[in-house]
Structures are given as structure tokens and as C-alpha cells.
Write a protein that binds this ligand. Sequence first.
Ligand SMILES: [Zn+2]
Ligand SMILES: [Zn+2]
Length: 275
Amino acid sequence: MERLAGIDIDAISTAGLGTCIQFPQLDFCFDIGVCPQSAIRLRTVLFTHAHIDHMGSVVQHCASRTLLGMKPARYVVPPEHLTAFHGVMDAWGQLDRTRLHYDVEAVGVGETTPLRSGHYATAFRAPHTMPAQGYVVYRKNQKLKPEYQGLPGREIARLRRDGVAVVRREDVPLIAFTGDSTADVIDRVPDLRRARLLVMELTFLDDALSVRDARKRGHVHLEDLIPRLEHLENEHILFTHLSARYPHGRANALLQAQLPEAWRGRVTLLPHRLP
Ligand SMILES: [Zn+2]
Ligand SMILES: [Zn+2]
């Protein structure tokens, strides 16, 4: 478990092998391509897409919760994958001679789903080799309208009593997750650039694979990322989904060598890890 930009996060992610990004305080994770024991107690899983390294351990998650007497899991699935998702769960139920209990919600691009204690997630399109989406997680927030700022508390309380709307909704983008995506997702999603913590895939880092080929595979190449960093306002970035071809030390050296000064100490490259 780590604390990045003031947010507790427990992440596992290696390209092709498995991704699961847990936020225990908010009772959810992104994807469940591997199912670490700690993810079993998280009720909500927000799926980015249906590649096996992002969805393949859902049966394990679902069955473990039932076995431990927990509430059925809540799976948020991109609508394009809903039918096949049910198909897989039904097939496993047949194999296991049981019925898997879970709730499922199809949430498409631009749509929103509630999370714990005044938080919610909105899906955005992530360009990949199949229908895929990322999410921005917001905290609901109310802010005093500019015309009332600086007034004494007594005065504001009086206005409120008189029925004046002194506050307006101004939700805070807390976490953004790209899932698997090309780097231009940064150009398309303003709140991804503003989120306090950005969790972003970074799969390829050198010319073992060209930028063009990385894009064709629907992934981020370091060379495609670096020029875009100046558009990001995030407090911290966690890079995930590193290709297994790079030992962590070498990958980190490649990243640090190209990282602009302003980002030093504000990025973390997730090491390869087993569940
Ligand atoms: Zn992947
Ligand atoms: Zn993928």
C-alpha cells in the first residue's frame, strides 16, 4: 500500500499479465486482471475493457466474496462487453455447478456511477484495440459563490436562512485512470489533466518498439508521453502496465533520463509485482 497525493492506493500492473488498482478507502478498484487477496473485500470494480489482463480474475473475485459471506460484488462494465461478461459468468457457474451472485451496471462513455461517501466516477473513451474507457473519480464539493466570499459567517448563515443559494457545486477531480490507451487520451480529457492523482499506463520506453507500433497496439510509448507532460496539472502520476520486457530498474532509468525537471519527485513507476 502506498499513499500518493494523499490517496491510499494498492496497485499491481504488468502489461499482459494483470492489472488491479485498489483504493481501499473508497471501496473500489479499477480492473481485476489479477485478484490479490486485499481486493476481495472491495465491492465495486470499475472495468476499463475486456482484455484478460484486466478482467480475467473476476470469477475468482466474485466466488471468493460469496465464500466469505460478503455482499455480492458490483461490477461496472463498458456496455460493449456486457453480453459476453454475463456469458463468461454463466459458463463458470455451469462449470462450478453453482450460480455466481453479482450486481452489474453498464456505464458508457460520459456516464456516471456512484462510489462511497460522496464520490462518483465518470467514464471517458480511451483509444485502444477494443472498446475501452478510463474513469475520472470526483468528490462532490460545494463552494461559496465568489460574490459571497469574504462575508462573515453570521451574514452567510442569515442569507442561507432567507433561502439565498450562496454555494454552487464544484466537484473535485481526485483520481483519473486511463486503463489501456494511447497517449493522446491526455489531449482529449481535461479532467484527466486536472485530477489530483493520475494513474496512467506506460507500456513501452525505448526503440525496441517504435512509437507508431505502440500506438497500433493501443499503448503509451515514453516518447509519445514526454511532450504531453507540460499539459498535465496532476499532483502525482503513477505509471502502470509496464511491459514485462523491462526490468524495473532499467525502465525507471529510461524514464528519469527523459523526465522534465518539474516532474522529478512527482512520478512513480510501478514495479512488477506478483499478487
Ligand atoms: Zn493491458
Ligand atoms: Zn488492453
